[in-house]
Design a binder for this molecule. Structure first.
Ligand code: CA
Length: 480
């Protein structure tokens, strides 16, 4: 079989609830949805650490963050470590990266393994962004970041498509990351769904661990003027409920406007594959570095192991292997992507990689028939960062249960503030409580589940080579 081209589009903070084919409230992605219609939709893809840089390091290297070293936003990536783009290039692929890199700059932190790259510095800007180039320079490109990233991607494709070698292109958008600045042409778009708060918008955080109550990512309280773009109208200022609804609408409207531009960019790439006759021989993957809260639990942002933040949209189109309109509920992870691309290209994975190729699932095999993982490991390392103040935690999920362990202090890890927080556990019955509103950790009916999952969590950490955090003594904490 011909070695396929690989087009990987990674959005930033694009929640499954804002990808139409996932059936959520915000159906604003008609072009992205065609990837699912023509290929496979994964319903249970998760990240291993819901944060931008760590997820990107995992995608590139096929390793967990304790192996690739990018545990938090303040830990830079050493790009000399094995990663799938360089392995593909060594095997004869032409490779490029356009857009957000977010893994450090200069020396060993620059992108590596690419014939060509042009990236935003750190988060980059939405309007007239600066791009860094391979020669060590930088330049400002006038226009809107999402459009420019697509333009540059198409330019590069035009430069390599006449060659005999297959290509691998990583299109990494900064959108729809905060502060959600839309393209001028979308500045007046409105969405009915932005005015409807999700069921859990008024979560009182009575059920779960202290971490949820202490997090600073509430739509009704923590969005600032840069996020909201305008002062609230007078009639909502004095009414907390009205203010919350107004802030959610304002936030979601700009978020969805940014998503619309990403969808248009994906459409242009898909059109190009059609027009150049490459659609059948190109693996097209659409994903996001992690999920995002779109008002669920009253929040924006990510970090937590709760579903909206954990789940990554993952759509794969490859007509030579994947049946149109197919679906997989296997517990897949961002750590699997690198080995998938290498496998589809016929290139051996590096021994250090810790995931598993999705190829058998893409070919239509059932998870049980291929012995797919029945539990997935998670660890959020950054402890009480200055902005969102989420406690470090680790956890394990299965198809119907999720165990989360807030293990106390940051255990000396990078990003730790040194503050102590209580050691706490949450256990959710995902079948009965998919919105994760009621921890059953202390319910005797779940004692067997709890024991089994606690053992599974430690077994996974050990098998993956992660340390098991030693917990700090539990102490009472004033609840505000
Ligand atoms: Ca992100």
């Amino acid at each position: 079989m011909t070695r396929p081209n690989i087009l990987l589009v990674v959005a930033d903070d694009h929640a499954a609830n804002a990808v139409g084919c996932y059936g959520g409230p915000h159906a604003v992605t008609p072009r992205i949805d065609t990837i699912a219609a023509d290929g496979m939709r994964f319903t249970q893809c998760g990240c291993t650490n819901s944060l931008c840089a760590p997820s990107r390091a995992t995608i590139l290297t096929g390793t967990y963050n304790h192996v690739n070293g990018v545990t938090t936003l303040s830990t830079e990536f050493d790009a000399r470590q094995p990663a799938f783009p360089e392995l593909l290039r060594d095997a004869g692929y032409r490779t490029a990266l356009i857009g957000k890199w977010h893994l450090g700059h200069g020396g060993v932190h620059d992108p590596r393994g690419f014939d060509h790259w042009e990236v935003l510095p750190d988060q980059g800007d939405y309007h007239d962004p600066t791009f860094l180039t391979m020669d060590g320079g930088s330049h400002v490109r006038p226009g809107y970041a999402t459009d420019l990233i697509t333009d540059l991607s198409l330019d590069w494709l035009g430069s390599v498509e006449s060659a005999d070698e297959p290509w691998c292109l990583l299109v990494q958008h900064k959108a729809p990351h905060r502060p959600w600045e839309p393209a001028p042409r979308h500045a007046e778009l409105t969405f009915e769904s932005a005015g409807s708060p999700p069921d859990t918008f008024h979560d009182d955080y009575a059920h779960p661990a202290t971490a949820a109550r202490d997090a600073r990512m509430r739509v009704a309280r923590d969005l600032n003027l840069e996020d909201l773009k305008e002062d609230p109208p007078l009639d909502v200022v004095a009414d907390p409920a009205a203010y919350a609804g107004w802030a959610l609408d304002r936030y979601l409207t700009d978020y969805l406007r940014c998503v619309v531009a990403v969808d248009e960019g994906v459409g242009r790439l898909l059109d190009h594959l059609d027009e150049t006759g490459q659609a059948d021989d190109t693996v097209v993957v659409y994903t996001s570095d992690q999920g995002f809260f779109l008002g669920e639990h009253g929040w924006y942002d990510k970090r937590f192991m709760y579903t909206e933040s954990l789940q990554m949209p993952l759509l794969v189109r490859y007509p030579r292997l994947v049946a149109p309109g197919s679906e997989s509920d296997a517990l897949v992870l961002n750590v699997d992507f690198a080995q998938t691309f290498l496998d589809l290209a016929g290139v051996p994975a590096h021994d250090r990689m810790q995931g598993r190729s999705l190829a058998p699932l893409l070919a239509g095999q059932e998870p049980g028939d291929v012995g797919w993982r029945e539990s997935a490991y998670y660890r959020y390392w950054e402890h009480l960062d200055g902005c969102h103040h989420v406690a470090a935690h680790r956890g394990v999920r299965t198809r119907d249960r999720k165990l989360v362990h807030y293990y106390g202090s940051g255990c000396g890890q990078p990003g730790a503030s040194g503050d102590e927080t209580p050691e706490e556990w949450e256990l959710f019955d995902l079948a009965d409580d998919p919105q994760e509103l009621h921890s059953v950790h202390d319910d005797p009916a779940y004692a067997d589940d709890l024991a089994r999952l606690r053992a599974e969590l430690d077994a996974l950490a050990t098998s993956l080579g992660d340390t098991i955090p030693t917990s700090t003594p539990t102490h009472t904490k004033e609840i505000v």
